[in-house]
Design a protein around this ligand. Structure first.
Ligand SMILES: Nc1ncnc2c1ncn2[C@@H]1O[C@H](COP(=O)(O)OP(=O)(O)OP(=O)(O)O)[C@@H](O)[C@H]1O
Length: 366
């Protein structure tokens, strides 16, 4: 059904994918496993027509070349994508979000049937159909995102790390739902770091490392492969058996997930609150202090919590002492520091806000 042939992607001088070929059939669940930065998201974005890089190769759905189509045309043809971070409309209700997924003619014709199916698959969405999406837990928002993609009536559903931030119980429910979705006829292409649970429901898998496919096989053999176990399942280090080519990628164990973003540092999500709050203040305070030796932070910036006011309403101010106020050059430096602090806090708050969606699921075992 979906055929990706020798796809290469470059972001400027950086080659993120090299000659990648994969296939997903009807009713098939295919999982892509790889370390951070291996190129998994790039692969899904290329298929969805949303890649910022230059894409070469051929992507076909049921034999039709969709490589250069616009994203909405690719959805029309039958490929729906749930990106990492979900991308739902926070101010709209669950029902409104779902209905927005059915924007193509074909999807509108099947809108009522698909809506009933989605509500039966995710009963929680039925109860919450009039709730504003941003007030839902991360797990519920993930259901909304998947439901909205399914409303496009796709042949292939692609998901980028759907289990990210979900509690073990919610992960289990999520993967069970994906198994039901594929049973109903859809092909599912899944990028996951939760190798154990995703391989448990998958038919086949591919290993990707540094932008290249380094191994592939049916899910059962990947699960039992010592190299895969060592890299993705937290087992001891063992050599791969001969025969099928497998890799020994450097993926972190599931318990120590790290996330690398383009141009960004590796960070553990558990630490992002600190980055967004107190530590920025102290960094600024320290910078101000070392610049002039006489500035102090006016007040600590509180750690953002779920449901807090938007970042723009929070501010950081560095209060100079009296001698500093007398010096116009010092006053100019203070103004620059305050502006930098506001910018840093606004970025940091956004990160913390995103992180709050991930971590709140840890408390959502229902
Ligand atoms: N828009 C972009 N511009 C420049 N480089 C990018 C861009 N998107 C991704 N990259 C780079 O391409 C490589 C692959 O990134 P990609 O996000 O596809 O990896 P990934 O396997 O999905 O990683 P993760 O598991 O951390 O999400 C990385 O080196 C990344 O920095």
């Amino acid at each position: 059904m979906l055929d990706v042939g020798n796809v290469s992607v470059s972001y400027g001088m950086h080659r993120a994918l090299s000659e990648v070929s994969i296939a997903v059939g009807q009713k098939e669940i295919v999982v892509i496993l790889g370390a951070n930065g291996a190129g998994k998201s790039t692969l899904l974005k290329s298929i969805a027509g949303m890649c910022e890089g230059s894409v070469a190769g051929r992507i076909a759905l049921d034999g039709e070349d969709i490589t250069t189509l616009e994203p909405h045309d690719i959805v029309d043809r039958g490929v729906a994508f749930v990106p990492e971070g979900r991308g739902i409309f926070g101010d709209l209700t669950v029902a409104e979000n779902l209905l927005l997924g059915a924007y193509s003619q074909r999807a509108r014709e099947r809108q009522d049937a698909n809506l009933s199916w989605i509500y039966s698959l995710f009963p929680k969405l039925t109860e919450r159909r009039n709730q504003v999406a941003r007030t839902m837990s991360g797990g519920e928002q993930q259901m909304v995102a998947i439901g909205r993609a399914m409303m496009a009536d796709p042949k292939i559903l692609m998901l980028d790390e759907p289990s990210l931030g979900l509690s073990p119980l919610l992960c289990k429910e999520l993967f069970q739902s994906l198994a039901h979705i594929s049973d109903a006829g859809m092909g599912v292409l899944l990028v996951e770091q939760n190798a154990k649970q995703s391989l448990a429901i998958a038919d086949r898998g591919y290993l990707i490392e540094n932008g290249e496919i380094t191994g592939s096989g049916d899910a059962a053999s990947l699960l039992n492969d010592p190299a895969v176990q060592a890299a993705y399942l937290g087992a001891g280090s063992t050599k791969p058996p001969g025969g099928r080519q497998t890799s020994t990628p450097t993926a972190p164990a599931a318990s120590e997930k790290h996330f690398i973003r383009p141009g960004g540092a590796t960070h553990n999500p558990a630490n992002t609150d600190a980055l967004a709050g107190e530590s920025i203040t102290s960094m600024i305070s320290r910078a101000a202090g070392s610049a002039q030796g006489r500035y102090t932070a006016a007040r600590p910036v509180s750690k953002p919590s779920t449901g807090q006011p938007p970042a723009a309403s929070r501010s950081v101010s560095i209060a100079p002492d009296a001698s500093a106020k007398r010096d116009p050059e010092v006053a100019r430096i203070i103004a620059e520091i305050e502006q930098a602090a506001r910018t840093a806090m606004s970025g940091g708050a956004n990160a913390a806000d995103r992180n709050s969606h991930r971590t709140e699921d840890d408390h959502d075992g229902s």
